[in-house]
Design a protein around this ligand. Structure first.
Ligand SMILES: [Zn+2]
Length: 171
């Protein structure tokens, strides 16, 4: 189970369906359509207009924030910044665990970039990286990422090297 990022916009003025469609196309084109849940059969574009006039962005990123340094912050920030610069209104960012949203301001973006620059994915990726298995190329502890048939699979987040050890390591 993972926590997903949520994106919303409350536009200052109501947007027409045609305007939302245009924004959806441009956002998917700019960031990459693979990053959005788009369903042609059910008429779901990158951006969906809600009954109250607010917009929901159907992006499929894991959340990134203090305490959950998992999702791709540079891409998340790219979506947030794109929304801020293309839609006159309030952009909000949240997660699908707490459903708490925060207003995206210059100060928020600045704080998050500083946090990301300092922490990156280290705390999340290094869960269980005790130093028992080291990457001899990067000289860093490897992270246990899977268990099967009595073996533990380890990954180095610096170079992608994987290796297996006998035994199931409890973390
Ligand atoms: Zn490595």
């Amino acid at each position: 189970m993972g926590v997903d990022a949520l994106f919303g916009v409350v536009p200052k003025e109501d947007l027409s369906n045609k305007e939302v469609l245009e924004l959806s196309y441009r956002l998917a084109e700019a960031i990459g359509y693979d990053y959005f849940f788009i369903d042609r059969e059910n008429g779901i574009h990158a951006i969906t207009k809600q009954d109250d006039g607010s917009l929901r962005v159907n992006a499929v990123f894991r959340y990134y924030g203090p305490g959950y340094e998992r999702g791709p912050w540079p891409l998340i920030a790219g979506v947030l910044e794109w929304l801020r610069r293309n839609i006159d209104g309030t952009v909000v960012y949240g997660d699908d665990s707490s459903y708490k949203f925060i207003e995206v301001t210059d100060e928020f973006m600045d704080e998050m970039w500083s946090y990301f620059a300092e922490k990156g994915h280290h705390d999340y990726f290094h869960y269980g990286a005790t130093g028992k298995v080291m990457c001899d190329f990067c000289r860093k502890p490897m992270t246990p990422v899977g268990w099967s048939y009595g073996k533990t699979l380890w990954l180095c987040h610096g170079c992608g090297y994987k290796t297996e050890t006998e035994g199931v390591d409890d973390i």
